[in-house]
Ligand binder design. Sequence first.
Ligand code: GLN
Length: 338
Amino acid sequence: MDIDVTGVPTRVSTGHLPGAETVEEAISAAVTHALPHTEGAVADYIPTLAAADPETFGVALAEVDGDVHEWGDSRVEFSIQSISKAFVYALVCEELGHATVHERVGVNNTGLPFNSVMALELNDGHPMNPMVNAGALVTTSLVPAPTPARQWDHIRRGLGAFCGRELDVDEQTYRAESRTNGRNRAIAQLLASYGRLDGDAEAVVDVYTRQCSLAVTTRDLAVMGATLADGGVNPVTGQQVVSASVCRDTLAVLASTGLYERSGEWLFEIGLPGKSGVSGGILTVSPGKAGIAAFSPRLDGAGNSVRAQRVTAHLSRSLGLDVFASAASTKEHDLDQH
Ligand code: GLN
């Protein structure tokens, strides 16, 4: 269906976070609630992730005015993994536009795990959405540059602009994942066999593996999220990284697909767009207000951090961020008119 809204004057919904002191108190309370949850397991299918310290726990909230609140291990580096998909998607949408990327990559949830081959087979090789591996591989292949090396450069700089500092690859993770990513290579070959992948399949997987291996901190993720919350302007550096409409599109996709087959549960419990990665990070965005990031390596069965989900659920409520929550108006109703 083609929904044409050309020419419609666009306003955005507004609202503010409570003051800094309330935010800091809410973070402490959310951490106290999430800390005892030691269930779940560290990802083991990429060797360096298996070696992560399961006790690491960091939280950061970056406001759209540039204030950043941090707790715990918020400056510990880890590989960004699937959270990179959201930002590469935004960069590609910025260059190629809403319609092209919509057609090539899609926006619908597969209802299946992030690395599912069956999802491709069930959908005539269409990758379905940019947040599962198949869709992320197609998105990476669409980065407009003449060679894989230049594509990689574009991604590294672009993600760096989102977080306001130059990012580097965690070489150990990149090498380990390159040795063990047979499944992603198979997905890329399958996409190519359906004629849905631009460029050489092996080279696309290599660029994708590098993007997943970029080392970030919880604080970095919060600032990246705040950039998506702030109409594409990084609130710390002031740089316009992507347009406001690209941010809006990216967040809509995250709301329905950011936590893979658990995206429905996530939206039901948290009420905000989010994106998780298998190293243990979850980034959540409250449009117009803040980016919230949490990192803790123990994961549930779908590959989503247990503590990060809990800390975010708490913050979404205590800071009034759930986009679906409302309270009855306090304005007097004029009963005569109804
Ligand atoms: N690099 C990982 C992979 O491709 C990313 C997956 C994830 O974070 N869910 O398998």
